[in-house]
Design a protein around this ligand. Structure first.
Ligand code: FAD
Length: 406
């Protein structure tokens, strides 16, 4: 007998679509996904799509192990999508390495493979890279990247084929509660009843949750990345999380390169309106962080390490938001104040990397009430109301949000 439950997902980014995909595969009931824009209209279509399994917490490492496996499986499940299996190199200066090497026992304990490389070994393996002598490479051989647009398009088709009802340009304006539990949502077309609602609205989470009088300890910051013209010769490089150069790079489709750059002194961005669109970020740019200035910064920072970037022309750029929780770890799980409501947010700069496992875990929570990975460390209830109020009352610069890369 078919399951007659209705499950609503708010947000058709990678987290929402992955949740829908997993729920539909489990035949969990009628699945409806609402987005206020088109699929991928949030940060998902703007992501660099890089993933590493070498994170900072046991829960993070265990969850990413599943994500890395799922990306590989999705390469055969989704038409038009392939995970780019190039590995991810985490570049560290000596000071950062002293901290990072404390995590190696965790990686060993969780079975997350890694290699430690000297500058000379990195040069030998990737002759196009010129890391200076003091840098250490922490290489994740299972890491890599996805082209977000291919991934989103393929996932959307797969969801449609499984019967997921994706309703674009239909914002959710409010929640409906019955005896304190979730009973549905309201869109401009009216009330849609549901047995469970999953919120995956990322940068818009606090605006949406204000309808319930709830606040999450989540900060939102602006982030940008740029793609070059095609290179004259094909380069064989991994994804590189290049903290010493305040950014990252990876190969991109068509023999191009993609670079992301930090803006550490920039203040957080507060989303205060449900109608806010990421393109609004480009309409009145802060003169200190214009595209021209930031692209020049990429050249400056990366040219010793990666000389071709000196002369390459830029072809495209993307600007979006990142969300961070107070302790830097994601928030994923039930919203205990409102039975039937679940949330996935604050994936730092790694929400794309988390998405297959975020979707799996949210689907497990909705259908089984428990998860295959212990995610207590991601629970919303780890924060007290007092901590949340205090955190939200501060205005932070980007350098003060927990340092996490992909
Ligand atoms: C420049 C850049 C580079 C990045 N690079 C990487 C990377 O290399 N690796 C990585 O792992 N991550 C990266 N990220 C982060 C990653 O993009 C995000 O963590 C991820 O896309 C979050 O996905 P999501 O589905 O949770 O949110 P989103 O993609 O933001 O989706 C939220 C959706 O909710 C919709 N929405 C909002 N309010 C409502 C409402 N009321 N009703 C209906 N719909 C609503 C929005 O329209 C949006 O489509 C990057 C981000 C940026 C900006």
């Amino acid at each position: 007998m078919l399951n007659k439950r209705t499950i609503i997902i708010i947000g058709a980014g990678v987290t929402g679509l992955s949740t829908a995909y997993r729920l539909a595969k489990k035949e969990a009931g009628k699945i409806i996904v609402f987005d206020k824009g088109k699929t991928g209209d949030g940060s998902s279509s703007r992501a660099a799509g890089i993933i590493t399994g070498l994170l900072w917490s046991k829960t993070g490492v265990e969850a990413r192990k599943v994500a890395l496996r799922l990306f590989r499986e999705l390469s055969s499940e989704l038409n038009g999508y392939s995970f780019q299996d190039v590995g991810t190199l985490n570049l560290l200066d000596q000071q950062a390495w002293e901290q990072r090497k404390l995590l190696l026992p965790l990686y060993e304990q969780c079975g997350a493979p890694f290699e430690i490389l000297t500058a000379k070994e990195m040069r030998t393996r990737w002759p196009d890279l010129y890391p200076s002598g003091e840098l250490v490479g922490l290489f994740d051989p299972l890491g890599g990247y996805s082209e977000p647009e291919d991934y989103l398009a393929a996932l959307k088709i797969a969801c449609n084929k499984l019967g997921v009802d994706i309703r674009e340009e239909e914002p959710v304006k409010d929640f409906v509660l019955r005896s304190g539990s979730i009973a549905g949502v309201i869109t401009e077309k009216g009330l849609i009843e549901a047995d469970a609602v999953v919120s995956t609205v990322y940068g818009w989470t606090n605006v949406l949750f204000s309808r319930l009088g709830l606040k999450l300890p989540v900060k939102t910051v602006v982030h940008q990345r740029y793609v070059t013209e095609p290179l004259h010769h094909t380069m064989s490089i991994p994804c590189v999380n290049a903290d010493p150069f305040y950014g990252y790079c990876r190969p991109a489709a068509g023999g191009r390169l993609l670079f992301g750059i930090e803006t550490s002194d920039r203040e957080e961005w507060r989303v205060s309106d449900m109608n806010f669109h990421l393109d609004d970020l480009l309409r009145s740019p802060d003169p200190r962080y214009t595209e021209a200035i930031l692209r020049e910064k990429v050249r400056e920072n990366f040219s010793s390490y990666f000389p071709p970037v000196k002369n390459l022309r830029w072809e495209s750029s993307k600007t979006g938001l990142l969300t961070f929780s107070m302790d830097g770890e994601p928030i994923l799980g039930p919203v205990t104040e409102v039975p039937g409501l679940f949330v996935g947010v604050a994936f730092h700069s790694g929400g794309f990397a988390y998405n297959p496992v975020s979707g799996l875990l949210l689907a497990e929570l909705v259908t089984d009430g428990k998860t295959s990975v212990n995610i207590d460390a991601f629970s919303l209830s780890r924060f007290s109301n007092e901590q949340t109020e205090k955190y939200l009352a501060q205005t932070v610069q980007q350098k003060n949000v927990a340092k996490r890369r992909h």
